[in-house]
Design a protein around this ligand. Structure first.
Ligand SMILES: [Zn+2]
Length: 402
């Protein structure tokens, strides 16, 4: 793989003979390359070469098989992190490594999880990734309203950097999106020198960090390669002086929902990518989040989704589901759930308030993973607003999926 940054903001790459246009993201999901260039706007024209290297790697990692050649020399430490993590020869080598800065920024999407992370650090600046069109790839996803989310981010009153990018269109399949989940941070990385970043906080919660949630493994994953500090991505970001920080990595989506709805940013919370004046209420994400919100607010489900809609059909299939712990949480707590689209799912679980109470507390090792500089603030927030898991509850996490 050969990588070039023009004017510091336009990435183009050329595959070597051994590289391939099909690959897997770090969560093992199969993906396919669409095109070999993308741009990042809203960033300065210069940054430490290791920041450019990591930003590029979030886009080209799935396609690279043996080696990567950057257009500017990187540090030996960064090359080592690429080699240890992926078995990739990286070069040229010749830069001093970047020292971590003093600031923690939040990679802010506006969803409940990232709002909860932001609430834990009221002084932290935001970096928001906004999808824009690609000059050479038609946009078949016009319903994806990234402009609405960027406008909401601007209303939070926080110090905000909006990064615009078409990098998601480098992916042909399964659809435009981040080649690696970490590509959401590409702009934040290029801003790291200007913002003096030493850490970047993501809204990944306990399901994503510890339970193999999303499109991943659905079992306890202490060595999660994407989000564990000792995983390959954690070590790579640290080598560039930007630690991956998961402020809400120890709490469930029930807790992030409760924190977000009780936050000063409540009016700006938006997990739906489709609605303009508000959430669309009919997409799969809206239905899932409505279940969690109804459970947190202990009220009946309020959704226009009916049992015969495609979005609801997913819940006629057998588990496991991504986010299954939250389904169980909702089944145990939403009044009248048996008469909703989730009714059939009740047959698969024996969820009670007691069996799901672990989802209301913080898994303590998650706090231990926050770099020391920012740990005390998170720990005192958790103590005041959430509470730590008991030993029994910790066991629920560590036996999840077994
Ligand atoms: Zn929606």
């Amino acid at each position: 793989m050969r990588v070039t940054w023009s004017a510091g903001t336009r990435l183009s790459f050329r595959l070597d003979p051994e590289d391939e246009i099909t690959g897997k993201a770090s969560d093992e999901h199969p993906i396919k390359l669409a095109t070999n260039s993308c741009s990042i706007g809203g960033v300065p024209g210069d940054a430490h070469p290791d920041l450019y290297a990591v930003a590029a790697w979030t886009v080209v990692a799935p396609w690279t098989r043996r080696r990567i050649t950057f257009d500017r020399a990187i540090s030996a430490e960064l090359a080592e992190a690429l080699h240890d993590g992926w078995g990739i020869e990286a070069g040229p080598i010749g830069a001093e490594r970047r020292s971590p800065g003093a600031t923690l920024a939040i990679s802010y999407s506006g969803g409940a999880d990232s709002v909860a992370a932001a609430t834990m650090y009221p002084q932290a600046p935001f970096v928001h990734f906004q999808r824009v069109n690609h000059p050479r790839v038609p946009n078949r996803w016009p319903h994806y309203r990234s402009d609405v989310l960027a406008r909401l981010a601007a209303k939070t009153g926080r110090e905000l950097s909006v990064v615009t990018s078409d990098l998601e269109y480098t992916l042909a399949e399964p659809r435009p999106g981040y080649p690696e989940h970490h590509a959401v941070a590409a702009g934040a990385l290029l801003l790291a020198d200007r913002l003096d970043l030493g850490g970047l906080g993501f809204g990944y919660e306990m399901g994503s960090r510890w339970l193999g949630g999303g499109r991943y493994l659905w079992r306890f994953t202490p060595d999660n390669p994407m989000w564990a500090p000792h995983g390959r991505w954690g070590r790579l970001f640290a080598a560039a002086g930007v630690h991956i920080v998961l402020p809400v990595g120890g709490v469930s989506e029930a807790v992030t929902m409760r924190l977000a709805l009780g936050s000063p940013l409540r009016e700006q919370v938006r997990w739906c990518l489709r609605g303009t004046g508000g959430p669309c209420r009919v997409c799969g994400k809206c239905l899932y989040k409505e279940l969690i919100q109804a459970a947190v607010e202990r009220r009946p489900l309020d959704t226009p989704v009916t049992a015969d809609s495609p979005v609801a059909r997913k819940w006629l299939k057998k588990p496991p589901y991504g986010g299954q712990e939250m389904i169980e949480y909702g089944l145990a707590r939403v009044p009248g759930i048996e008469d909703t689209v989730f009714g059939p799912v009740l047959d698969y679980f024996d969820a009670t308030e007691e069996s799901t109470s672990w989802l209301e507390h913080c898994y303590p090792p998650a706090l231990g993973e926050i770099p020391e500089r920012w740990r005390a603030e998170a720990a005192s927030f958790v103590e005041a607003n959430v509470g730590l898991m008991t030993e029994d509850e910790v066991r629920r996490v560590e036996t999840w999926g077994t």
